[in-house]
Design a protein around this ligand. Structure first.
Ligand code: PMP
Length: 290
């Protein structure tokens, strides 16, 4: 992914894509002192830009570092990076990390670097699989408790268990893995939150040990605006047999219907498909929220 044309915003300057490099002794690489965002621009506008930038700053603060810019400056830099690359519909990846000035667990004196890369990424899952509903298996790892890890940060270190779980799922022919939490409740997919449907009501896990995603909050709002009941609660894996529909949501995944989670089967139905459509219209400003 490093050998392509384009411009990356790096510490306040645009650098050619191929030259946006870091040293091998970068603290973020050794000790995961790195936080990032995932955003999308639709038709020239970044959906929930400031909410993403604010989460970016919050994630850094949780990891005990300060991004050396203001929220407004990062918002502007995100827009400028899309413009510089001539993109109006793309994925954005802001990232901040501790540099290579010091190595060791303590790294107080490291410089905080920030980069923003943007690229065309139309669909996170195969569009054909998405229509039928994607297939998920159970993940090998559980989401850690808030006493074990900084679970509210979008921190690189928390993705280690996601990548391992997603690779294992893909090797077995699945699109993704469903993770349980440290108590054994259903938590989320490896990069997206999850929703279920039963008797016309929506059920979704309480986000007390994983990201309360911006897409998740948007979808809850859309569902409530339509008069649907949304129940946030702890969900046991065996309860999946009671649900008729399932879908996962995230900036990259958008709203993706799910056909299978382990031994449980779902049919993408009216609620999943209409929320998928409404989300697609909302992000393109074709739907005015109630
Ligand atoms: N959970 C995880 C682990 C994620 O990586 C993401 C994507 N950032 C989400 C949930 C959904 O978050 P959002 O809707 O803010 O993209």
């Amino acid at each position: 992914f490093d050998d392509r044309d384009g411009w990356i915003w790096l510490d306040g300057q645009f650098v050619p894509w191929r030259e946006a490099k870091v040293h091998v002794l970068t603290h973020g690489l050794h000790y995961a002192s790195s936080v990032f965002e995932g955003e999308r621009m639709y038709g020239g506008e970044i959906f929930e830009l400031t909410a993403h930038t604010e989460r970016f700053f919050k994630s850094a603060e949780i990891l005990d570092f300060k991004i050396p810019y203001t929220v407004a400056e990062i918002d502007e830099a995100c827009k400028a990076t899309c413009a510089k690359n001539g993109l109006t519909d793309c994925y954005l990846r802001p990232i901040a990390w501790r540099g290579s000035e010091m190595i060791g667990v303590s790294a107080q004196q490291t410089k905080i670097h920030v980069a923003i890369a943007v690229w065309d990424w139309p669909s996170y899952f195969d569009p054909e699989a998405k229509k039928k509903g994607i297939r998920l298996t159970w993940a090998k790892y559980n989401r850690p408790s808030p006493e074990t890890a900084p679970v509210a940060a979008k921190a690189a270190g928390l993705y280690m268990i996601c990548t391992i779980s997603k690779h294992a799922a893909e090797k077995d022919g699945y699109s993704d893995a469903m993770m349980l939490d440290y108590r054994g409740y259903v938590a989320e997919a490896t990069g997206a939150n999850v929703f279920f449907v039963k008797d016309g009501a929506i059920h979704t896990p309480t986000p007390d040990c994983f990201l309360n995603g911006i897409t998740r909050q948007t979808v809850i709002r859309l569902a409530k605006d339509r008069g649907l009941q949304v129940i946030e609660r702890h969900i046991k894996p065996e309860e999946l047999s009671d649900f008729t529909e399932c879908f996962i949501v995230g900036t990259a995944a958008e709203v993706t219907p799910v056909a299978e989670v382990g031994q449980y089967r779902f049919t993408p139905g009216e609620i999943s498909l209409s929320l998928m459509d409404e989300y697609a219209r909302l992000v393109r400003r074709e739907l005015v929220p109630a």
